[in-house]
Design a protein. Sequence first.
Length: 482
Amino acid sequence: MSDQGVMTRKSVAAIIASGDTAEHGLAKALGPFSITAMGIGAIIGAGIFVLTGTAAAHYAGPGIMLSFVLGGIACAFVGLCYAELAALLPVSGSTYSYTYATLGELAAWIIGWDLVLEYAMGASTVAVGWSGYIVSLLHNFGIDVPAAFAAAPGTIVKLPDGSTVSGIINVPAALIVGILTVMLMLGTKESARVNNIMVAIKLFVVVAFILLGAGYVHTANWHPFVPDNTGAFGEFGWSGVLRGASVVFFAFIGFDAVSTCAQEAKRPQRDMPIGILGSLVICTILYIAVAAVLTGLVPYTELAVPDPIAKGVDVIGLPWFSVLIKLGALAGLTTVILVLLYGQSRIFFTMSSDGLLPTMFSRVHPTLRTPHLSQLLIGIVVACVAALTPIEILGEMVSIGTLFAFVLVCGAVIYLRRSDADIARPFRVPNVPWVPILGILFCLALMLGLPLVTWLRLVVWLVIGLLIYFAYSSRHSRLRHA
């Protein structure tokens, strides 16, 4: 038994071999359509239905369209890097596995821990948004959920009569996480089928909003396109466009979650690039179109509401369509939660297979062929966080954690092109190292658009992760103690 140190790399050959489903039992059940649908399912959700209005009202005005362009460009560079790595290393670990092959075990652990912010905390964030839309929809049908039981503790909720109430627990948020967790425990193929149906519903609703709303746009609402800066960084002006991009970046999170299903793809070398890049291109085009219609329907100063798309529909004056939009939003948010819960369990599955987490996280049910115990534990934690934490804190943490992971993915492509140059790559990023470098620079720029307190929370989170690594993971690592 030898201890090779925390910088020990896991060879590319070993990572590829670990994807052998004969050993781990994960079913190869996903084709390119299902993978692309999972990407769209993860991407279109809280960002387009919630954060678009907030970012336009507080930071960018109609220039939010440019914010989406910036976010889309950054994700395009990163998406190309993900496509190469997912085709080269078709395993469930996503960024964690890629980092293990480049920067070594300690860095891999750090990024695996960081991804909890993106997947588990991301699922909690979206569950809170889901709760807001279901409460609003039920109100349309005369059913009122007590406000105190649909908001996190301490959250002040304004009632229709002007009075306020303090939140106690967000029951709907916890409930949807529980339902989707059970669904994922029952099987990947079945979950993917439900996801495909919901993706079709929300795509129909989003496209309908664009086509129907376009006829009611008032172009005067687009002027000034980039409102004058108020004197503070990030409050309108071009710095506001950057800050808006940092905020709506949450709307793009999800295309990378597609990489976690590589081990269950039928033909990963072909299907993964199609799924990642296809879902990213489709969603970016839809985002820009929705932002254009929304800011054309409603003056940007009036968009600081939890349901901006529904507010835009109210301007059109079709009550039935408002209900349809809320149903589409619910479908959109549901698929995001589903894919993020799925992605978190697959990352823990791979980390556990490497000995960095307890074996329960890689235990597969003999009949269902899913990591049922891991999925159950993740579901319980995510439900508790969703029930008890305000959405603002969760959203910022998800964005910075994801951007940090993206920087390492771009760096991994550059490193592996030098360290493992002779390995056949089914998909290759063009113009290396320039495309990955541009991805790194765009991500760092978006990170700089986030407030200092968010950076401090990231540091605290990573310190906690290091304590766990040295207390448990370093002692049980299969690679270091082989």
